[in-house]
Design a protein around this ligand. Structure first.
Ligand code: PGA
Length: 264
């Protein structure tokens, strides 16, 4: 398996700020190589952040090759819970690990809304990822309708409870959570930093109830229209420990501009 400087980090979840790009279904392998070849030369001085890019399956090998020995880790965008078998279209934890993949996004709202994934599926994927030694990024967040009917807290709390069922304190420390209001994804509209902080604080309280003091060491990213204009105020909030970034992570200039706005 490939190693990177980040892979050697003995305590990846110490609540160091963590910014991950979610490329969704963008950039084929050749484009991935070109973008990351440029990005890798630009992040050496950004020592105060953990960094990852979560790329399409077909770009994983290219990403790992280009980023080997750099501070940027590679993530996938989903993983199945079975080791192997008749599961057309799915990919296992072993397959990701073989490539040198470190992170995996689970439960993104696009998976929930467009592909029918439920908290139960996400919980199965989460256990499999943790058992395999991958570092999961578990997404939660309410829709616009749920926000408008004041259901944000209930929805997020129920997603957290369902997704994290059966985990222990040692395991939760290896999980990053991402609060992504569905209405903020790809829209240019975001909650106020104070409103986002309120949800993050609720999530952390719930983690305290479920797992005890380890809750203080679990990273909770904010995601949804994070860019160079929105990132600083969000990450200044007490319980916001990084960002999951879609659009603004696709091109080096916009990603770099965003990273530059995050003060140590
Ligand atoms: P966005 O996407 O930054 O383009 O809003 C975030 C995400 O979906 O993770």
């Amino acid at each position: 398996m490939k190693t990177s400087k980040l892979n050697a980090d003995p305590n990846p979840n110490s609540r160091r700020l963590f910014v991950a790009g979610n490329w969704k279904m963008h950039h084929n392998a050749a484009e991935t190589k070109a973008v990351l070849d440029e990005l890798r030369t630009q992040v050496d001085e950004i020592q105060h952040l953990d960094l990852a890019v979560c790329v399409p399956y077909t770009s994983l090998a290219a990403a790992v090759a280009v980023l080997d020995g750099t501070r940027i880790a590679v993530g996938a965008q989903n993983v199945h819970w079975m080791v192997s078998g008749a599961f057309t279209g799915e990919v296992s934890t072993d397959m990701l690990k073989e490539l040198g993949v470190r992170y995996v996004i689970l439960g993104h709202s696009e998976r929930r809304e467009l592909f029918g994934e439920t908290d139960m599926h996400i919980n199965l994927r989460l256990h499999a990822a943790l058992n395999a030694g991958l570092l999961p990024i578990v997404c939660v967040g309410e829709t616009a309708k749920q926000r408008d009917t004041k259901l944000t807290r209930a929805v997020v709390s129920s997603q957290i409870g369902g997704c994290l069922a059966g985990l222990d304190a040692e395991q939760i420390e290896r999980v990053t959570l991402a609060y992504e209001p569905v209405w903020a994804i790809g829209t240019g509209v975001t909650p106020s930093p104070e409103d986002a902080q309120g949800v993050h604080a609720d999530i952390r309280q719930q983690l305290h109830r479920l797992f005890g003091d380890v809750a203080e060491r679990v990273r909770i990213q904010y995601g949804g229209s994070v860019n160079s204009k929105t990132v600083a105020a969000m990450l200044e909030q007490r319980d916001i420990d990084g960002a999951l970034v879609g659009n603004a992570s696709l091109k080096v200039p916009t990603f770099r501009e965003l990273l530059d706005k995050i003060s140590p």
